[in-house]
Ligand binder design. Structure first.
Ligand SMILES: CC(C)(COP(=O)(O)OP(=O)(O)OC[C@H]1O[C@@H](n2cnc3c(N)ncnc32)[C@H](O)[C@@H]1OP(=O)(O)O)[C@@H](O)C(=O)NCCC(=O)NCCS
Length: 181
């Protein structure tokens, strides 16, 4: 399973990706606005094990992709599309190593994920969510044509010892007919 864009190859994860994944997943700056991470080594191993296990499940509801540069093969982050049990709707997720932010890579990857979701997975609706302060993440959603549908007030529990409070969340979404139009 592989998706290609102008500058990126989104490919399946492998066990040997551990150090590239752990480089961003263990860094608090990199996961500041997420409810995921920062990872210890065990958490990154579990993340990779889970991604690899989904590759052979049927039906396959989760697709996690390693975001790699076409030019060098360097793994710079991850993105994924996660379907509900009915296979009709899905959520998106993404993270890039901070050295690669603001170069348009995630917008490029997210558009490929959405195209995959509507063209191949035949989804009806694709959504994404983020902390309301996560400008980079919701800008990616907007640049892909997703609509802000909700602002949930203090519905997300932050992480113990990091942002241990109730946090606000935005929900964005796009429908198949909107994408194809
Ligand atoms: C969110 C994230 C994936 C965006 O990736 P990216 O490849 O930098 O995004 P793009 O380059 O496609 O940029 C999209 C827009 O967001 C802006 N942007 C991206 N990262 C930003 C940041 N950290 N701070 C402020 N703006 C940012 C870009 O300038 C661009 O805005 P513009 O077109 O209006 O100028 C990246 O910042 C990241 O990995 N963050 C940490 C993990 C995370 O929070 N993941 C999302 C969880 S919901």
């Amino acid at each position: 399973m592989e998706l290609r864009t102008n500058r990126l190859i989104l490919r399946e994860f492998e066990e040997k990706d551990f150090s590239s994944v752990h480089a961003y997943a263990s860094n608090l700056d990199n996961v500041k606005y997420m409810i995921w991470g920062p990872n210890d080594e065990k958490a990154t191993e579990e993340f990779l094990r889970d991604c690899i296990a989904w590759q052979s499940k049927s039906p396959r509801l989760h697709y996690d992709f390693a975001v790699t540069l076409k030019s060098t093969g360097q793994l710079i982050g991850a993105c994924g599309i996660y379907m509900d049990n009915a296979g009709e709707q899905a959520n998106l997720g993404w993270i890039l190593h901070k050295n690669y932010w603001k170069q348009g890579y995630t917008t490029e990857a997210a558009k490929a994920l959405i195209a995959f979701g509507f063209n191949e997975l035949k989804l009806h609706r694709i959504s994404a969510s983020c902390h309301t302060l996560n400008y980079g993440s919701y800008r990616v959603m907007e640049k892909c044509g997703m609509r802000r549908e909700a602002h949930f007030i203090k519905n997300r529990r932050g992480r113990e010892g990091i942002d241990d409070e109730w946090l606000d969340e935005y929900i964005y979404a796009i429908l198949d007919n909107e994408w194809f139009a």
